[in-house]
Design a protein around this ligand. Structure first.
Ligand SMILES: Nc1ncnc2c1ncn2[C@@H]1O[C@H](COP(=O)(O)OP(=O)(O)OP(=O)(O)O)[C@@H](O)[C@H]1O
Length: 708
């Protein structure tokens, strides 16, 4: 009996005698013959042929596998890897994929895959169709005499967010025995990609499989953030951006095309923008991806802090990053030639914001003697003599104290000096919330070595002489011996004198920094603070003398036909009616008369400037009106003095009241202590009863008097 089955029968009376041809389970499908019976010829023939065919097929397969491993080089490329981008770009450019007969068609923005599409989208704004070969249909092409097959073995899919292809695999087979052909092909594709300047895909650093990227983060608190911002703004690096934030804020002026733009298009926050960085230093071009992350808005100070600029380089070469930072710094300095950068703090005690102010020429300052020249020469000499300081073992720092009446030009001098010396100003107000000894030390250690540290109104760290005097006049103490008056005055600054002295003396403040402090009340400053070594140069600013008054006057009125440049001030061309109608001699006369009318050393230049602003282009009117103005100033002064006296009297009255209350309380305490224990208990019980009934009665009246 003949039978075939998939597995050998359990009985030993069967024997195996050949395969069943073309069986899908040819390893297991055999003919099994009863040992006792003879094999019929037709079965013998079929089983022998089957064995021959199967053996031949297996040999052929093995030979093919050996052959393909010897004669074909295979390589797999996955999406989201740079090598995939190189090869795909190369294939698209050489229209290899267009030879295919089966496509996947997608519509994307023309800029995302320029080679794969017609340029329609660039003109009509509608997205372009992109033809991609369908998976599992290989495309063949010849490259340097070798046949190469391209197979999208695994189809990618469009990312729901970005529309970019993810998850796909590209299989390249090169019909050659030489392995290095693959290297050469990939190298050529890579070079082609670099040269063609195809917009690279957006990258997410942490998800990159290749990891061949460099990322640099520029935090807002660091000045390098400003460099980068200046670079991005000035080079129009992001002009091809597709995501925008629209702003009409004055602070975003830099993103506009012109200073008078009312609407500015800024690159959208937290989106990945790409631009080609062409280095003027090396001539190399590298793709960069930039993400601008805004900081958190602080409602108190109206400043945003904690913002970041993240730059990802499509390169692993650190010199490109160094080059970029260098270019950004240069651009920043270039932009700042006519500007002075002022760094401000937030109310958490960190450098938070930089504003730029137009540079002010020292010559526009009206100061007596050669004060301007003296400060400038002193500061220059200091900056140039770092080696000398080091050799002499003296800390390389210099402190300037500008003190005197308000509105006399102290701050203006420092700003003009910063412009002249090309230094940035780091501005600290000791009265700002969030500034205490700790944050002050941190702020100062976070400043660069060559800069101007400006501490305005340094006296706020200490009680004013007025406060002290009042307390000395009437030293009213509470029952614990604490002064009543002082506890009611809020602290003027959280910075202590010792904290301030420590900071000024700290090692970190020895690096060529110019410290400027201003005050209207030098008499309130501790002598330790203003001693040489901390404040090396002290300059007093007084109210304007006669010479200064006449100089301010002349600065306000241009001479006929003189270099009064209206265009520079953005005022347009001058109409004939606005031309000055006075001569130089007349102007001198007006100025002298004006200076005679104003009492010397009584008014600040800021005050005089305020008056002259009302009379611009009318010198004779300014002279005529000055007496009226002086009268109004006198009245204002008198009213102010009266108000001050009233306030002082009110404070004195309150202090007196507080003292009387305290005395009365002390008298009650004394009586209580003198009375016996029972009396004391009685008093307490009475007080308790009153304490409970009082509010209850009150509530009843408030809620309606029925219960009364
Ligand atoms: N000496 C001066 N020369 C030219 N302009 C001056 C001078 N003094 C004051 N001004 C003008 O007055 C205004 C106020 O000046 P500034 O802020 O420099 O005074 P300040 O002494 O720092 O005042 P404060 O002590 O109140 O801070 C500015 O617009 C400035 O142009």
């Amino acid at each position: 009996m003949v039978e075939h089955r998939l597995a050998p029968p359990s009985s030993r009376s069967y024997r195996r005698c050949g395969r069943i041809p073309s069986s899908p389970n040819y390893f297991d499908s055999y003919f099994w013959v009863d040992r006792s019976s003879r094999l019929p010829f037709d079965v013998w023939l079929t089983s022998s042929l089957g064995t021959i065919v199967e053996t031949g097929r297996r040999i052929g397969e093995s030979l093919l596998a050996v052959g393909s491993s010897l004669f074909v080089v295979k390589a797999e490329f996955v999406t989201r890897d740079f090598a995939y981008d190189w090869v795909l770009n190369y294939l698209e450019h050489h229209r290899v994929l267009n030879e295919s007969r089966s496509f996947k068609v997608v519509a994307r923005n023309a800029s995302s895959r320029p080679n794969a599409s017609s340029a329609l989208g660039r003109h009509d704004g509608a997205p372009d169709p992109i033809y991609e070969p369908a998976p599992e249909r290989p495309a063949f092409f010849r490259w340097r005499g070798y046949w190469i097959s391209v197979n999208k073995s695994v189809a990618g899919y469009a990312h729901y967010d970005t529309g970019e292809e993810v998850g796909g695999t590209l299989l390249i087979s090169i019909w050659s025995r030489k392995r290095q052909i693959l290297d050469e092909f990939v190298r050529e594709a890579r070079q082609f990609y670099i040269d063609s300047k195809v917009l690279p895909r957006k990258v997410e650093r942490e998800k990159e499989p290749s990891g061949s990227l460099l990322t640099a983060v520029f935090p807002q608190a660091d000045v390098s953030h400003d460099w980068m911002l200046a670079y991005l703004r000035s080079t129009n690096a992001l002009e091809d951006t597709m995501d925008f934030t629209i702003s009409t804020k004055q602070s975003d002026l830099g993103w506009g095309n012109g200073p008078k733009d009312t609407v500015r298009y800024m690159p959208a926050h937290d989106t990945k923008q790409r631009f080609l960085f062409a280095s003027p230093n090396t001539g190399r071009s590298t793709w960069l991806q930039v993400v601008v992350t805004p900081g958190q808005l602080n409602w108190n100070s109206n400043t945003a802090t904690g913002g970041l600029i993240t730059i990802t380089l499509h390169s692993s070469d650190k010199t490109v990053l160094a080059d970029l930072i260098d270019c950004a710094h240069k651009k920043y300095l270039e932009n700042g030639v006519s500007k002075v950068a002022v760094h401000l703090t937030d109310n958490r005690g960190e450098w938070a914001k930089t504003i730029t102010k137009s540079r002010r020429a020292l010559s526009t300052l009206i100061l007596p003697l050669d004060i301007k020249e003296m400060i400038l020469a002193d500061a220059r000499e200091f900056l140039e003599s770092e080696n000398w300081y080091n050799q002499a073992g003296i800390p390389h720092r210099r402190g300037y104290l500008l003190y005197g009446e308000p509105g006399t030009g102290k701050s203006s001098t420092i700003h003009a000096l910063a412009g002249e010396l090309g230094l940035e100003i780091y501005f600290i107000s000791l009265a700002s919330p969030g500034i205490d000894d700790y944050s002050l030390a941190k702020l100062i250690s976070d400043t660069p070595s060559r800069c101007i540290l400006l501490i305005e109104d340094i006296d706020v760290a200490f009680p004013s002489r007025d406060d002290v005097e009042e307390e000395e006049d009437e030293p009213v103490l509470d029952k614990d011996g604490k002064p009543l008056g002082r506890s009611s005055t809020p602290p003027r600054s959280a910075v202590t004198l010792s904290g301030l002295l420590n900071v000024l003396d700290s090692v970190s403040s020895e690096e060529g920094r110019l410290t400027f402090a201003t005050t209207n009340h030098i008499e309130n400053l501790d002598s330790a603070l203003i001693r040489a070594g901390r404040m090396d140069v002290k300059i007093q600013y007084k109210f304007a003398d006669s010479l200064q008054i006449s100089q301010v006057f002349k600065r306000f009125f241009p001479l006929p036909g003189n270099e009064y440049d209206r265009a520079q001030e953005g005022l347009g061309t001058m109409t004939a009616s606005l031309f000055p109608t006075y001569t130089e001699a007349e102007l001198d006369g007006y100025a002298a008369e004006f200076a005679r009318a104003i009492p010397a050393e009584t008014y600040s230049i800021a005050q005089i400037q305020g008056y002259l602003l009302l009379k611009k282009r009318n010198p004779s009117g300014a002279v005529e009106g000055v007496h009226e103005w002086l009268k109004s100033q006198e009245e204002e002064k008198r009213a102010l003095t009266e108000l001050k006296q009233k306030r002082k009297a009110e404070r004195a009255r309150k202090l007196k009241l507080a003292r009387e209350k305290r005395d009365a309380a002390a008298a009650v305490e004394e009586t209580t202590a003198d009375s016996d224990g029972a009396g004391a208990n009685q008093t307490t019980a009475g007080a308790d009863a009153g304490g409970v009934t009082g509010p209850l009665v009150k509530t009843a009246i408030i809620n309606g008097n029925e219960r009364e």
